[in-house]
Design a protein around this ligand. Structure first.
Ligand code: CTP
Length: 410
């Protein structure tokens, strides 16, 4: 679990007493834990206990976190790899099922786009109540993951289903939830027939965000427009498209399998999980570096007037990785090169360095209006040399490229 970040939401129940042990186990496996307590949760364990064990601040108020950092709650749920609710009380499950967001915990649960694992704990009658059972069905349909509850003696003196699973069992469920997930693919019937029928193409797109702290990140100006247009053009030709996108301005097209990521590391994992493929088009503007001393809490000015120093390390080069010869390599790998001078020379060199088949090079120097704009002027470099295409709309570049890919795959 090294480097994985768990947002741990602690509900109000006697089982909250098991949370410190769970935090110890998670930290021992290298995970970072951000605790969030509901008001009821704070009756059973304290923010102080949880922050000492987690090694970072425990949050309990929506208003504090908003004051702290404009978009605090959104950022908290974005930074997590997994959200875990422990114990998940009948009340919290009901709020989740109905989308109620009236405190920090429920707001985070509504704002997150990450997987959510719940460890229910409640009295046996509450568990079997039709209202709870109805909510459980809704939550399962929503894709919420469950661990437990178990049968056993309850704190209230009764016996039955409703005991929260032990920390070791919750840890195992967390490990499973963090494992790379098989892609949820579009039904075959939704893929239209065309020249690329039966072909699978991976397209990366958009920028990546490399976190500095929960509210700041390093990014670039890529809008994701060219990548989205390429994915749509390939889809129109009948390909199944795995569209791996960073946080782009442009929405992913319909009719493709969308995998959303934030960082270069996640993009790399997602591309690996999407293989095998017949072709890969790496249109993303991947950050070359990530911050190694990123902070789990918002960095504060220390009054000295000196800015913090960021330590950085190079990100994996996904294009170079996928281009390496071997069984995994798609038959056709297309890279992009955003250059500001000597476009053809640099891009020709990049094609050889990265080992891809083609490089689509564009001039992104100031004044061209290409990065973030609607048009593109590209030179496609293949083993036969450079091929200059006239300036045209990004959609038209995408269609011409998809056509060329169709011809290459035969
Ligand atoms: N790319 C990638 N993974 C990275 C960096 C880049 O897959 N970590 C891909 C991009 O999607 C693009 C191509 O590599 O297809 C070119 O990216 P670019 O950033 O221009 O190349 P660099 O190797 O960073 O070269 P330089 O910074 O010297 O321009």
């Amino acid at each position: 679990m090294n480097g994985k970040r768990i947002l741990l939401i602690v509900g109000g129940g006697i089982a909250a007493m098991k949370v410190p042990q769970l935090i110890r186990l998670l930290r021992a496996e290298g995970a970072a834990v951000t605790p969030v307590l509901t008001q009821a949760g704070a009756q059973f364990t304290t923010a102080m206990t949880l922050s000492v064990l987690a090694g970072e601040a425990a949050h309990d108020s929506l208003w504090d976190i908003e004051a702290e950092a404009e978009i605090g709650h959104i950022q908290l749920s974005r930074n997590a790899d997994l959200v875990v609710v422990v114990p998940a009380t009948a009340d919290l499950l009901a709020k989740m099922a109905h989308g109620i967001a009236d405190d920090l915990a429920s707001t985070l649960l509504l704002a997150t786009d990450k997987r959510v694992l719940v460890a229910p704990a409640m009295n046996v009658r509450m568990w079997h109540h039709p209202a709870t059972q109805r909510n459980l069905r809704t939550l399962r349909d929503d894709g919420i993951l469950f661990v437990g509850p178990e049968d056993g003696d309850m704190a209230c003196g009764e016996y039955g289903t409703g005991r929260m699973s032990e920390p070791e069992a919750i840890l195992r469920a967390i490990r499973e939830a963090l494992a790379p997930q098989p892609l949820k693919l579009l039904p075959e019937a939704q893929i239209r027939p065309g020249t690329l029928s039966g072909r699978h193409v991976i397209v990366t797109s958009g920028p990546t965000h490399e976190p500095i702290d929960p509210v700041r990140y390093i990014a670039n100006r890529s809008s994701g427009a060219q990548g989205a247009a390429i994915a749509a053009a390939l889809r129109d030709m009948g390909a199944r498209v795995s569209f791996v996108t960073g946080p782009a301005e442009v929405s992913p097209p319909d009719g493709v399998d969308v995998i959303r990521v934030q960082t270069a590391g996640q993009m790399h994992e997602a591309v690996e999980a999407a293989l095998p493929a017949d072709a890969a088009v790496m249109a993303a503007a991947v950050a070359d570096w990530r911050v190694t001393n990123s902070s789990a809490t918002k960095m504060k000015k220390d009054g000295s007037g000196r800015p913090p120093s960021l330590e950085m390390t190079e990100n994996p080069d996904i294009l170079a990785w996928i281009s390496q010869p071997g069984d995994r390599r798609p038959r056709l790998v297309v890279g992009f090169a955003a250059e500001t001078n000597d476009v053809v020379a640099h891009a020709t060199d990049k094609r050889l360095r990265k080992g891809c088949d083609w490089i689509v090079a564009n001039d992104v120097s100031e004044g061209t209006g290409i990065m973030g704009g609607t048009e593109n002027a590209v030179t496609v470099i293949t083993e036969d040399g450079p091929e200059e295409w006239p300036r045209m709309a990004k959609d038209a570049v995408a269609r011409k490229l998809a056509q060329k890919i169709g011809e290459a795959l035969g």
